[in-house]
Design a protein around this ligand. Structure first.
Ligand SMILES: C[S@@+](CC[C@H](N)C(=O)[O-])C[C@H]1O[C@@H](n2cnc3c(N)ncnc32)[C@H](O)[C@@H]1O
Length: 204
């Protein structure tokens, strides 16, 4: 099956496991792809929207994967019978929604693949406060730039620039060039250099 470059990169970061829980699964395509490449044996598709779940179910049926997929219409992980070794994917939401979902859970998960469409430095900071560290991070261009991060339990203390640019993403020259141009535009409108631009000027 064909999926977007962004979903492909999310799938690449998912470690091989028994169950993957896709929170905010929408169309359910990630789960279908993960089952098709045998990254996992079972998918839990969860979404707060009934409409999204209908679309996920339709796609799962199309690929005959109903026996390997469970569906939950719920807010975050509420009422999902998860095990701490399940891999959690949350992609395509704002960082505040992702953090709200994770803060409601008592336990720390072994593997989380997260991709927020905004407030990424906040996501990194809150995840570190909760007891996670980034073990892999990709900055990918798929029409626009996306950051995808793999978190595991662990203590870490990143410096300011790592929270803003990403401890791994900062190595990606094309991504840094894009960030700099974006911050220059914002600074121009505000007639004052943003903190991120000042940090980027120091770095590059
Ligand atoms: C932009 S879509 C992203 C779909 C897919 N994860 C992706 O990356 O392509 C965001 C999805 O998250 C769902 N969503 C938003 N808030 C949620 C929450 N608190 N719990 C579960 N799903 C949520 C929305 O209904 C929507 O289907």
């Amino acid at each position: 099956m064909k999926i977007t470059k962004r979903l492909q990169e999310i799938a690449n970061l998912v470690p091989k496991t028994n169950t993957v829980i896709d929170i905010g699964c929408d169309h359910g395509l990630l789960g279908i792809y993960l089952l098709s490449i045998e990254k996992c044996k079972h998918i839990i598709d969860a979404d707060i929207s009934e409409k999204a779940m209908k679309s996920a179910k339709k796609n799962v049926e199309k690929y005959n994967l109903e026996k390997k997929t469970s569906f939950f219409v719920t807010d975050g992980l509420k009422e999902i019978p998860y095990q701490k070794e399940d891999v959690i994917v949350i992609a395509g939401m704002g960082a505040h929604t992702i953090i709200d979902i994770l803060k409601k859970e008592q336990k720390l998960f072994q593997n989380l693949i997260l991709s927020a469409h905004k407030d990424i430095p906040y996501l990194r900071k809150e995840m570190v406060k909760m007891g996670y560290k980034i073990i892999e991070e990709k900055a990918i261009l798929d029409k626009k730039w996306y950051i995808i991060m793999h978190f595991k339990k662990g203590k870490v203390d990143y410096c300011k620039i790592d929270y803003i640019l990403g401890p791994f993403a900062k190595q990606n020259k094309e991504y840094i060039k894009y960030l700099k141009e974006k911050e220059e535009e914002i600074s121009k409108k505000r007639k004052k250099k943003t903190e991120t631009l000042l940090l980027l000027e120091k770095k590059t």
